[in-house]
Design a protein around this ligand. Structure first.
Ligand code: CTP
Length: 215
């Protein structure tokens, strides 16, 4: 299959030297890209700014902002059979980034915010019924109800939920554990393991579901 994987955070400019971002390291998305490739799939990886070496044999498409990420996903969407949105995309961005560096003497800036593009929502109408979309949700207060809501609202086939309040898991950590909710109402638990091991299990689940659903 052809996997389009997004990974890492986005950065939204405040002024030419400052941005707002989040704690995503990109490790989980990179692990999914590596696992999919190791399983024999073709992989395109779209990556926000991260400090990771690319997985062997993959040259990431580099992006900075949510708008760049949307443009890249848009460009590669028709190519893929599977979209895995592991990127931690900004929900909000400064409406008018300053053209010049904000000076300290001017006092604390008042920033007006606007929604950043919601990529999954934006591409949902283009989803073909032979494509499988997988979202990720990093929550500090995970609930099955909220996971199912996101699955439905974003027109996903799978949603991998991870609890980032657990020490040693989620953001920046090398380990993770995932509860994967599927559109047919099931939950597949991927127990605590390295992110690479979790990624292999997730790729295996995607292979299994796609042969079950698109047989
Ligand atoms: N996502 C996206 N575009 C955004 C925000 C999120 O495509 N602007 C994707 C993420 O890549 C992820 C999924 O949506 O696969 C769920 O992300 P999450 O941040 O949990 O969802 P939100 O809708 O932003 O919900 P909330 O922040 O209220 O928890």
């Amino acid at each position: 299959m052809k996997f389009l994987v997004t990974a890492g955070p986005t950065r939204e400019a405040i002024d030419p030297v400052r941005f707002i971002s989040n704690r995503s390291s990109g490790k989980m998305g990179y692990a999914v890209a590596a696992a999919a490739r190791a399983a024999g799939h073709r992989v395109r990886l779209v990556s926000g700014p991260v400090a990771l070496d690319p997985p062997a044999g993959i040259r990431p498409v580099r992006v900075i902002s949510a708008a760049d990420l949307l443009a890249a996903v848009d460009r590669h969407l028709d190519w893929c059979d599977v979209l895995v949105m592991a990127a931690a995309v900004a929900d909000w961005r400064p409406k008018r980034p300053a053209r010049r560096k904000l000076k300290k003497a001017a006092g604390p800036p008042r920033i007006e915010w606007e929604p950043a593009p919601d990529i999954l929502r934006a591409v949902a109408p283009r989803k073909k019924n032979t494509q499988l979309f997988c979202g990720f949700a990093a929550e500090t207060n995970p609930s099955a109800r909220e996971a199912r809501r996101k699955l439905r609202d974003k027109n996903l086939d799978l949603l991998a939920l991870n609890d980032v309040s657990q020490p040693g898991r989620g953001f920046e950590a090398d380990r993770n554990a995932l509860d994967v909710f599927t559109a047919d109402g099931r939950v597949h638990r991927i127990p605590p393991a390295s992110k690479l091991r979790c990624a292999h299990r997730l790729v295996a689940l995607i292979e299994e579901l796609s042969s079950e659903w698109f047989r």
